[in-house]
Design a protein around this ligand. Structure first.
Ligand code: FA5
Ligand code: MG
Length: 424
């Protein structure tokens, strides 16, 4: 292990990401296993817990913030390429040239000019420049890190930004109040505010930021959730003042987001100099682990149906909270069953759910999953055949083959008797 970092790796002259070729150089360190992750797009995978969570967050902003015409105030982006320039990820956010976060040992560099974004904040500058006042960005982010229950080299973030001009900030008091401190002699940066702003402006934006995020926590975790939260002061090159929000969960404090008042220089550089803004960035996995009781960040990358099937539900009001049951470490036993469906009558037409219910009834918790794997019609007889794969697995022990066979036979018999199928 210890010596691996000293090996010099040979890279091809170019690396191809999303169909585009990038020349490699002495900064290149994107490896094959990380490139495979680029394709996974977990937040876009329907019914994935990160997809459920992203939908909840979008819904919160859409329903809470609407303009005079009833349209959402926040514009949402979730499809930007994770390949960004060093300029986007660092320079545009005022990260000093010698800042530790730029290090090759912490980031995945494509070459000296491009990297896999280390945070979704990388898009803020351009989105402000494009004229938006309120926006959210969701995406996968990449950091070189160890893999343990809380760290994984790929995770997901949501960044949010809101700009205010004088009228939005002070409303009917706008004539009497100012965002910018005109008393040039006295202006200085304190722990409470940047040198440019009045204390009033800074405090109102701070209040709005913390209020928005507190409401988001309450919406996501349920209004009467008994989570302890605390604001901890923090530092980021792109915000001042800055905070982190921590949530207590099972006796430990988890940092769930970073936020602050955006540096005025970033607004000025992006052509929004008459504004003041808040910004935040949250880690979706941290929120999902607390929300769904997921004990290990690696679980999100699992393709095991025992995991995925637990989240296969529609949630039209974005308020459903389910608790994850640890996928058993005992081996799965798949067994297939094929039958001709009963003929359709006036009173009964076969539906797969009938079979699923029956399997659950007979097999109980020893059944982890049932999937329809084949469906065809005999052209002559017009009879329809279904084949289902049942995965048997116990949470407590290894099932014996004879035990599984016996259960499977019972299911066949019951299906014949109750639904009238014809086993093939
Ligand atoms: C940032 O990434 C800042 N861009 C956040 C920000 C945006 C601050 C805008 C101010 C204004 P940080 O590195 O702390 O900050 O990560 C933000 C959140 O991502 C953390 O609070 C945590 O919830 C999550 N996170 C960070 N590292 C990991 C990791 N290795 N695995 C999983 N989640 C992580
Ligand atoms: Mg942090």
């Amino acid at each position: 292990h210890g010596s691996a970092r000293f090996l010099t790796k040979k890279y091809d002259p170019t690396v191809k990401l999303f169909g585009r070729e990038y020349p490699t150089d002495e900064w290149t360190n994107v490896n094959k296993s990380i490139q495979d992750k680029l394709e996974r797009k977990l937040i876009h995978q329907k019914y994935h817990p990160l997809n459920h969570l992203a939908n909840k967050i979008k819904h919160f902003f859409y329903k809470t913030y609407i303009n005079r015409n009833g349209n959402p105030l926040f514009t949402i982006f979730d499809n930007f390429s994770p390949v960004v320039s060093v300029e986007q990820n660092f320079d545009s956010l005022l990260t000093p040239k010698d800042h530790v976060s730029r290090s090759k040992k912490d980031c995945f560099y494509v070459n000296r000019n491009y990297l896999l974004r280390a945070h979704t904040t990388a898009h803020d500058n351009e989105l402000i420049r494009s004229g938006l006042n309120c926006f959210l960005t969701f995406g996968d982010v990449y950091r070189r890190d160890e893999i343990d229950s809380k760290h994984y080299p790929v995770f997901h973030q949501c960044d949010g930004v809101r700009l205010f001009d004088k009228n939005e900030l002070f409303k009917d008091k706008a004539l009497e109040m100012d965002i910018f401190d005109k008393d040039e002699a006295g202006i200085k940066r304190t722990f409470e505010k940047q040198e440019y702003y009045t204390l009033d402006a800074s405090k109102i934006v701070e209040y709005d930021l913390k209020n928005t995020l507190t409401k988001l926590v309450q919406f996501i975790f349920g209004n009467n959730c008994k989570l302890n939260m605390k604001w901890v002061s923090a530092t980021f090159p792109f915000t001042h003042p800055s905070w982190e929000l921590e949530i207590e969960y099972k006796g430990n404090w988890y940092e769930v987001l970073g936020c602050g008042i955006l540096e005025q220089k970033i607004l000025t550089n992006a052509g929004a100099e008459n504004h003041i803004a808040w910004a935040f960035g949250l880690g979706l996995e941290r929120w999902a682990m607390i929300l769904y009781d997921i004990p290990d960040i690696r679980v999100f990358w699992s393709t095991d149906e025992g995991f995925l099937s637990q989240f296969k539900y529609d949630d039209p009001t974005h308020s459903k909270i389910t608790k994850y049951k640890q996928v058993s470490v005992y081996p799965p036993c798949p067994c297939d069953i094929s039958f001709w469906l009963p003929d359709k009558t006036d009173s009964y037409e076969y539906n797969s759910n009938d079979f699923y219910d029956l399997v659950r009834e007979v097999g109980g918790d020893l059944v982890e999953q049932v999937t329809l794997i084949d469906n065809f019609e005999n052209k002559k007889t017009k009879k329809i055949s279904h084949c289902y794969r049942i995965i048997y697995r116990s949470m407590e022990r290894t099932l014996s083959q004879s035990e599984v066979n016996e259960l499977h036979k019972k299911i066949e018999a019951k299906a014949k008797e109750q639904i009238g199928v014809q086993i093939r």
